[in-house]
Design a protein around this ligand. Structure first.
Ligand SMILES: NC(=O)c1ccc[n+]([C@@H]2O[C@H](COP(=O)([O-])OP(=O)(O)OC[C@H]3O[C@@H](n4cnc5c(N)ncnc54)[C@H](OP(=O)(O)O)[C@@H]3O)[C@@H](O)[C@H]2O)c1
Length: 215
């Protein structure tokens, strides 16, 4: 698959490395051109200067930037993403890490969808720490990739992408399910902050019915 990753931080590096390692064609874009080129060279990917250029060459675009920036970028690239899959991997954390800025309202992913034109928005990978995105077998068992979206075909493609890097994709329902996925991610983040943890905990739905497993 041709995957654009917007962001070269913890998540961009982890997912980009895993996707490239699984044989996908990865293109990175961020703000720091030198860092983007260095990362691309390390993982065997391409680097371009802007999110718009990355979106133009990809079938799947992954937003791996802070949530506020993701809203802005989704809007900026909306003219080039018609029919493409836009994966929102962000968590809309409050700047002081006291919770989610979306509190009780629509999820970050639903808000991104309102500015993303006719891109097919899928929420995925936000419930997995970068350590697990980089190494899905980190805890000695397969971690779950919880996936929410309104377009079943787009979700199936993202499920295949998740599967290809060693995650078990779970269908978490329509895009409104992103509310639960963001809350779940926050639960894990808050736990790690509270205990000064190692940021490697992840979720596995024990006894998941076969029909919930997306690929
Ligand atoms: N860290 C985790 O374990 C984890 C797990 C799941 C989800 N998330 C979510 O994933 C997102 C990214 O987290 P992170 O930890 O990877 O953050 P990070 O390490 O701070 O990296 C953020 C990246 O976003 C890029 N960026 C920021 N504004 C941009 C813009 N306007 N245009 C292009 N690139 C821009 C930065 O590029 P430059 O360096 O070039 O400025 C940087 O590469 C956040 O929403 C976070 O909540 C994080």
């Amino acid at each position: 698959m041709k995957v654009a990753i917007i962001g070269t931080g913890n998540v961009g590096t982890a997912l980009g490395g895993s996707f490239a390692g699984a044989g996908h064609e990865v293109t990175f874009a961020a703000r720091d051109a030198g860092k983007t080129q260095r990362l691309a060279a390390i993982v065997g990917a391409s680097a371009v200067a802007t999110p718009l250029e990355a979106a133009a060459v990809a079938e799947i675009i992954v937003l791996a930037v802070p949530y506020i920036e993701a809203m802005q970028i989704a809007h900026e690239i909306s003219g080039s993403t018609a029919g493409k899959i836009l994966v929102d991997a962000t968590n809309p954390l409050r700047p002081d890490y006291s919770g989610l800025s979306t509190d009780g309202g629509p999820s970050g992913a639903e808000r991104i969808a309102t500015v993303a034109g006719s891109a097919r928005v899928v929420k995925a990978f936000n419930t997995l720490f970068a350590s697990v995105q980089a190494n899905p077998g980190l805890n000695g068992q397969t971690a779950d990739a919880l996936i929410a979206g309104d377009d079943p075909d787009a979700k199936a493609v993202v499920a295949e992408l998740a599967s290809s890097i060693g995650l078990r994709p779970i269908d978490a329902g329509p895009l409104t399910g992103a509310r639960e996925l963001e809350a779940l991610a926050w639960l894990n983040i808050a736990l790690q902050m509270r205990i000064g943890g190692n940021w490697s905990s992840s979720f596995v739905l024990l006894g998941a019915p076969d029909k919930a497993i997306a690929a």
